[in-house]
Ligand binder design. Structure first.
Ligand code: AMP
Length: 398
């Protein structure tokens, strides 16, 4: 079975063709600058890599066509015809309270997706465009599935998702914590259960997805019970360029002081804050570590603030669940920075966390890095959102 996984943005489209049974990735790549000057990349093991500029891609439909042409190309392709694509899985950012799991797309689902647009005005329209483009190019017979970033968190109890605002803002306007990165948290929690050789239903896990965007999720019995991102992905931890949680009173103060309107303020919070804002150096933790080593105090402070907040949330979620069996580190930082993993877990010895520095000295592989005597395991699990999307898609397309 071959599943085409699509992650459509407003001017980009990431794709991967994979076999969910063997987990083999047949080909992957990226269409960028859709509607501008079209850039197309394609990589398949044993085939020639394509890195083309000025590819005519006025809309997402031409981008999908370029992907399919490359996949079926007689020399460089990996399938002989489009018929070998059994289904398409789409990453959709927001499913509101309507979607608590992945769904096969039909007209009713499309209508419900449109209704979710006000909750994710930047992301959902692009996801819908991607779905429509696939249908236009591949026809109605190829099943399409929507896999939501928010769905895994729909199991959160009201106590975790309710904001202390007038209650009508929830009932009338749907303002609540939704959480994001759900596909990643779900995938790594399932892998953690496999790695520990225990059923997910018996485990309390804290999943730390730490990349350019970061979130932490408390997973009790296989279900998300709390997560750090909120109504939008701006909440929770400080991130590469996003502020994370802050006192809402700061907005009024800064907007008045600097004559900013709400859009300018949001631009600061989304694009100029986080570790970039604190350090003034970079949003990339590799640059920050290098700068800190050279004695840059603000780079060091940015790293310290990030690590402190991760540690604090781990403690909070252990308290929220009344215990924890394992802490999972995933995504760019979580998978690749042994030094940050060590520092983020230092000080958690009181709750049974103990990391073995030698085992921890690894990157991008699935491993239990706990030291002897640890009563809470520390796991490194590379995330694989595309595989999770393909698995859900294959299941629903059957
Ligand atoms: P992601 O959003 O999951 O792709 O993660 C991207 C981020 O991971 C980058 O911005 C880096 O800050 C971080 N990252 C990747 N590799 C390393 C590394 N070896 N050490 C520290 N941070 C890393």
């Amino acid at each position: 079975m071959n599943i085409l996984v699509i992650n459509a943005g407003s001017s980009s489209l990431k794709y991967q063709l994979l076999n969910p049974e063997t987990q083999e990735v047949l080909a992957k790549g990226l269409c960028e600058r859709i509607g501008i000057d079209g850039k197309f990349t394609y990589k398949a093991p044993g085939k020639q890599t394509i890195d083309a500029v000025d590819v005519a891609m006025p809309t997402h439909s031409e981008a999908i066509k370029a992907v399919l042409d490359a996949l079926v190309d007689p020399q460089n392709g990996v399938i002989s015809s489009m018929k070998e694509i059994d289904a398409v899985g789409h990453r959709v950012v927001h499913g509101s309270e309507t979607f608590a799991c992945s769904v096969k797309i039909d007209e009713k689902v499309m209508a419900a997706l449109e209704e979710c647009i006000p909750l994710a005005p930047l992301h959902n329209p692009a996801n819908i465009t991607g779905i429509k483009a696939c249908e236009a190019v591949m026809g109605k017979d190829v099943p399409q599935v929507a896999v939501f970033d928010t769905a895994f968190h729909q199991t959160m109890p009201p106590v975790a998702y309710t904001y202390a605002l007038p209650y009508e803002y929830y009932t009338e306007d749907k303002v609540r914590r939704y959480g994001f990165h759900g596909t990643s948290h779900k995938y790594v929690s399932q892998r953690a259960a496999a790695l520990l050789g225990k059923p997910a239903a018996s485990l309390k896990l804290i999943s730390c997805h730490l990349g350019n965007g970061s979130s932490i999720t408390a997973i009790d019995g296989g279900k998300s019970v709390d997560t750090s991102m909120g109504f939008t992905p701006l909440a929770g931890l400080p991130m590469g360029t996003r502020s994370g949680d802050l006192d809402a009173g700061i907005l009024e103060y800064l907007m008045n002081k600097h004559g900013m309107d709400i859009n300018e303020m949001l631009n600061v919070l989304n694009k100029k804050s986080g570790v970039l804002g604190i350090s003034g150096v970079s949003s990339d933790f590799r640059d920050l570590e290098a700068a800190a080593k050279q004695g840059n105090a603000r780079a060091q402070l940015a790293i310290d603030v990030f690590e402190y907040n991760v540690r604090k949330l781990i403690g909070a979620y252990a308290a929220a669940m009344g215990g924890v069996d394992a802490i999972i580190f995933t995504a760019g930082v979580g998978e690749n920075s042994p030094a940050m993993r060590l520092r983020m877990t230092a000080g958690l010895e009181f709750m049974g966390v103990k990391v073995d520095p030698e085992k921890n000295d690894c990157r991008g592989k699935e491993i239990d890095v706990s030291a002897e005597g640890a009563t809470v395991r520390t796991l490194v699990i590379p995330t694989n959102e595309e595989l999770m999307i393909a698995l859900d898609t294959a299941e629903l397309a059957k």
